[in-house]
Design a protein around this ligand. Structure first.
Ligand code: DGL
Length: 273
């Protein structure tokens, strides 16, 4: 088995995996959620680096030639470091892709006013990764950002349909939209946030496009594989999916369905240091 590995701090990456599997059903996949240590959003660079590297090594050891970091926090904070410092030693021509660049390359197609809003974890927003990446593709776009540090804990605790969650979303959206009345596009820069979509839509005016990453990342992955046939040939194609979590497997299975849109059977693992 040489599956595509998909990693997130917890459940959020399942929203991306759902799109990837729909678009590219022929491949084998391993999904790994580090639920025991989620959320990553407020953690230091060193901690996110250590945890993400452990997950990357685990997935490579499990036979994955290609890993998608389906986590904005990990992509923003540590992807480059792992690609430059660790990947050459981990070797075998294996590759790791993130979610920031594909989203940044796509976002300019959605805005008329050239003012976009981004919500994400504190780690993602403070890294300025989106601002830097979007500037490379669209120097004329102004990016307005808002960290929403409570949203991932709300979702990991399965509280997204509570009145408190709705109030929190309202407050954070108001802070973002208060930065500019020209914002016509809102990027959900965290793979967990599609689970709050009902509440987000309640508080975002209808003329603003809400952009979700799943389909963008799936499109870019398909494109990447068509441009890298040697990698595409290495990936096994039996339509097998395995789910691993670092926390309780039964709890994962109960919660994962709403993110993934299908029944999930996971296995609990420990990530070796
Ligand atoms: N899904 C992760 C992201 O896209 C959540 C990060 C976290 O664990 O705080 O950023």
């Amino acid at each position: 088995m040489h599956p595509i590995g998909i990693f997130d701090s917890g459940y959020g990456g399942l929203t991306v995996f759902k799109s990837i599997r729909q678009q590219l059903p022929q491949y084998d996949y391993i999904y790994l959620g580090d639920n025991a240590r989620a959320p990553y959003g407020d953690r230091s660079f060193e901690t996110v680096y250590e945890y993400t590297l452990q997950a990357v090594k685990y997935l490579f050891n499990a036979g994955c030639p290609l890993i998608i970091l389906a986590c904005n926090t990990a992509s923003a904070k540590v992807l480059r470091q792992i690609q430059e410092k660790d990947l050459p030693q981990l070797g075998n021509g294996n590759r790791i892709l993130g979610v920031i660049r594909p989203s940044a390359e796509e976002i300019g197609k959605h805005t008329q006013t050239k003012h976009i809003g981004i919500v994400g974890t504190r780690g993602t927003i403070n890294s300025q990764s989106y601002v830097l990446e979007i500037e490379k593709s669209y120097p004329d776009i102004t990016v307005h950002q808002q960290a929403c540090p409570m949203w991932v804990p709300i979702i990991e605790n399965n509280e997204q349909h509570t009145p408190q969650a709705d109030i929190q979303v309202q407050q954070d959206i108001q802070k973002l939209l208060g930065q500019s009345s020209d914002i016509d596009t809102l990027l959900l820069g965290c793979t967990h946030y599609p689970l709050l979509i009902d509440s987000i839509k309640n508080h975002v005016p209808e003329h603003i496009n809400i952009v979700i990453q799943g389909d963008i990342v799936a499109d870019k992955l398909e494109n990447y594989l068509s441009r890298h046939p040697a990698m595409e040939e290495r990936i096994s194609k039996n339509q097998q999916i395995q789910f691993f979590t670092t926390d309780d497997a039964q709890v994962f299975d109960e919660n994962a369905t709403q993110f993934f849109g299908a029944t999930v059977h996971s296995k609990q693992i420990n990530l070796p240091k």
